[in-house]
Design a protein around this ligand. Sequence first.
Ligand code: PPE
Length: 308
Amino acid sequence: MPITPTKKIWMDGTLVDWDKATTHVLTHTLHYGTGAFEGIRAYKTLTGVAIFRLREHMQRLLNSCKILMIEVPFSLDELCEAAKETVRVNDVEDGCYMRPLVYLGYGEMGVNPLPSPVNVIIAVWPWGAYLGDHGTENGVRMKISSWTRHAPNSMPTASKTVGGYVNSGLAKVEALKAGYDEAIMLGPDARVSECTGENLFIVRDGLIISPPPSEAGALKGITQASVVRIANDNGYQVSFEAMRRDDLYLADEAFLTGTAAEVVPIHSVDDRLVGDGKPGPITKLIQSTYASAVRGELPQYESWLARV
Ligand code: PPE
């Protein structure tokens, strides 16, 4: 998806013009993939722009770095303040996507990441529906990937590691080339893990089920957690249970969740319709409640919003 430039990018504590926010070609992360990132959204609300679950995202960024043994030279508070400042200076009143990235910079070569300088950037730009407006409304066509999600001893799956997305990229390309919208990845034990950049839920007999992130080798989604709260508030229990591909084929409803994607219904899995192929009632309720919550329309979720 093309990027629409904004004005300034926050780089290591300084706001730099968009076009000048560049780095050396011998940047360590560019060669070896050790680095971590986040995806955050800010939304237009009646009282100005607000960043959704900012602190949780920045905490996950620090956790990702802890796993990778990258020492981030900014505190949680400093990162949150930097994020707000980046939104303020960029005229994104209608909302934006935000990309914080911690990367290892220029100065050292060789696989050992520890000696490299640690750099942090935060960029924002307007980003529309990640899986397309048609998908958000009618559901997306999913394909179970032939690529296996990382084994937990191959790649730390709780860390949003830059290099980890090679696995996602392979699955995404395979799905797109085969004419699908997105891939579902199974772990080394053939259990359902997650999608290339989203978590997954199914609904069966009125019960909402999602794979347990840690055991399934999936990222612990902040949208996933928000959806659990919304479901509970509407009288639905959510259970975290291992699932197989059959469970996907036999689901009454299914949807995926992520910051970029938001809540998107699943129309079919490997050409088997989910339910009757149309977004189901529980999916629609969660999708619309989430859309209202992020826009500050529901007072019970106000604590999720960081005003800039
Ligand atoms: N799994 C993966 C692999 C993943 O990348 C994401 C977010 C999620 C689950 C959902 O996590 P959360 O955003 O906390 O609900 N993917 C980010 C990157 C997307 C991209 O293309 O880049 C995102 O949604 O921002």
